[in-house]
Design a protein around this ligand. Structure first.
Ligand SMILES: [Zn+2]
Ligand SMILES: [Zn+2]
Length: 277
């Protein structure tokens, strides 16, 4: 059962904290309050607390201190910080930590400040607050490149990095020894931002491999990077089925053009897909 933790500070009223189980917390933020036209309500980061160390998987949007939310939960344990991929809503608080692990294919985009152009005309009530912070991503001091296959021991729970290219070239998922798959934007529900057409086959392969080698084999709790935290196996199977079809053929019908996203949106319930032009 997921437990919601009540807010008791500015940070905690911006972040919605959910305890998934003994080891894992979801730290959620409202992306629609920054820019509703992204069509996404929640951005989810995850904290895994082991006996001797903790791991933060993604650092959120960067509007309020995530460190202030994380530190009371991990006490004095060392925190290892990971990014599932380079997108701004997953790396926003990197600057609060000195070292970040990221796949080598996404490392450059994480290590250099990136201007958030959309912020100047963003329609969300909190966009100006993020703009006040400089309107750019702020990197950590150091970045450690991952290649996939690495193991990290946290005490009572271990992590394994799985390289799942597709959503971005350096997207990773994090598998725990206690049966969680933290999937970043490789698997989530709601609106799914697809890569350019030529990368759809690698996304399709990553999804199919995750499903057959891990999710169906081990009955994992799949935790998504947006919207609901826990994704059911049926949802993962449906997503995989749609992506397998899309990599072969993108249907001409059922498209609507979204001027803000500058992309076509394909409605395939319960998902919607953003297809870059
Ligand atoms: Zn993303
Ligand atoms: Zn995302």
């Amino acid at each position: 059962m997921v437990i919601k933790i009540t807010a008791n500070s500015i940070e905690n009223s911006w972040f919605e904290l959910q305890q998934i189980d003994k080891w894992v917390y979801a730290i959620r933020e409202r992306l629609d309050l920054i820019e509703p036209r992204f069509l996404t309500k929640f951005a989810n980061s995850y904290l895994i607390v082991g006996k001797s160390k903790a791991a933060l998987i993604d650092t959120g949007i960067g509007i309020h201190s995530m460190k202030k939310v994380v530190e009371p939960l991990v006490k004095n344990k060392t925190i290892l910080v990971f990014n599932t991929h380079h997108h701004f809503d997953h790396i926003g608080n990197n600057y609060e930590w000195s070292k970040v692990y990221v796949h080598r294919f996404d490392l450059k985009r994480v290590a250099l400040p990136e201007k958030l152009d959309f912020l100047e005309t963003a329609k969300g009530p909190y966009a100006h607050e993020l703009l006040k912070k400089g309107g750019k991503t702020v990197p950590a001091d150091e970045h450690y490149p991952l290649i996939g296959g690495e193991l990290f021991e946290l005490g009572e729970i271990d992590l394994r990095i799985i390289h799942t290219p597709g959503h971005t070239p350096g997207s990773i998922c994090v598998l725990t020894s206690r049966g969680h798959l933290i999937a970043g934007d490789t698997i989530h529900n709601g609106i799914v931002y697809l890569p350019p057409k030529e990368f759809l086959p690698s996304y399709a392969k990553s999804l199919n491999d995750l499903l057959t080698n891990f999710i169906q084999e081990q009955d994992l709790i799949v935790l998504g990077g947006h919207e609901s935290t826990i994704i059911t196996n049926q949802e993962v199977e449906r997503l995989n089925q749609i992506i397998q079809e899309l990599q072969k053929r993108i249907p001409e019908e059922k498209h609507e053009y979204d001027t803000f996203l500058n992309a076509y949106v394909l409605n395939q319930p319960p998902f919607k897909f953003v297809l870059p032009k």
